[in-house]
Every structure is written in structure tokens, then in C-alpha cells.
Design a protein around this ligand. Structure first.
Ligand code: CO
Length: 135
């Protein structure tokens, strides 16, 4: 069901410093900052030849990243994102196999303007998995 690894997301305590590390130290292309209020995050994408790194920073009150950074004050890997062709079908298959979809179980529009859902980390060895529907 899952296709390519779309990105690995890292929660960072200082977005400007993190951008500088990837752009100026590691020499990667970094996208402009995008605010996603419905997800409670600001994001940038580090563009790699075969994948992307998403740098996440809290936005607004009750950001899920705020709580994550309280537990991981130096920053840490937050989730990994796999591509799927049909997110509604994927959700149905996953639920039938006992995996839990977070929130109301319905896709939201993610950072790339495409539908995404998150799967419960307890069902996947402590890793938060994002699925993104690609064309
Ligand atoms: Co993501």
C-alpha cells in the first residue's frame, strides 16, 4: 500500500537556526517558511534529491509540537511520511487491520496541499506515521 518515503519530519526548538544549519552548513536547498494554523506548525522543507526533510516549529496555542518539544527540548525526529495513491482506501484498509488513525480519522490538507492522515505511534513501534495522497 505505501509508496515512496515522502519526508522525515524533525521538530526543532529554533527554526531560523535549523534552517541555517541545513542551508549554510549542510548546503541544502530549503523552502520558504509556511504557516499551517490547522496543524499548529510552521514548516520548511529541506529538498533532497530522493526525499525531503520537514523542519517543524510550533505555531499558535496548543500546538502538538510544543508538547513534543517540552519532552525533547533539543529537538527530535517527529514523524515519517509515506506516499499513498488513495488515502480513503488506505484508511479503510488500515482500520480493517486494526491500526488507529489519529483525530477524527478523516484526511486533512497537509503542507503540500494534499490530503494527509496520521497513524497512532503505538501501532507502529513508537513512530508517528503520516500518509499523504499523491497524484
Ligand atoms: Co509531515
Amino acid at each position: 500500500m505505501i509508496g515512496k518515503l515522502n519526508h522525515v519530519a524533525i521538530a526543532v526548538p529554533n527554526l531560523d537556526k535549523a534552517i541555517s544549519k541545513y542551508r549554510d552548513v549542510l548546503g541544502a536547498n530549503v523552502s520558504p517558511i509556511q504557516d499551517l494554523p490547522e496543524h499548529g506548525v510552521s514548516v520548511v522543507f529541506v529538498e533532497l534529491e530522493n526525499s525531503k526533510i520537514e523542519l517543524l516549529y510550533p505555531l499558535g496555542d496548543n500546538s502538538p509540537i510544543e508538547r513534543f518539544l517540552e519532552k525533547n527540548p533539543n529537538g527530535a525526529t517527529h514523524h515519517i511520511c509515506f506516499e499513498v495513491e488513495d488515502i480513503i482506501k488506505s484508511i479503510a484498509l488500515l482500520k480493517a487491520k486494526g491500526a488507529r488513525v489519529l483525530g477524527d480519522g478523516k484526511p486533512k490538507i497537509g503542507a503540500h496541499g494534499l490530503p494527509v492522515v496520521f497513524l497512532h505511534p503505538k501501532d507502529f513501534d513508537g513512530v508517528l506515521i503520516e500518509l499523504e495522497e499523491v497524484d
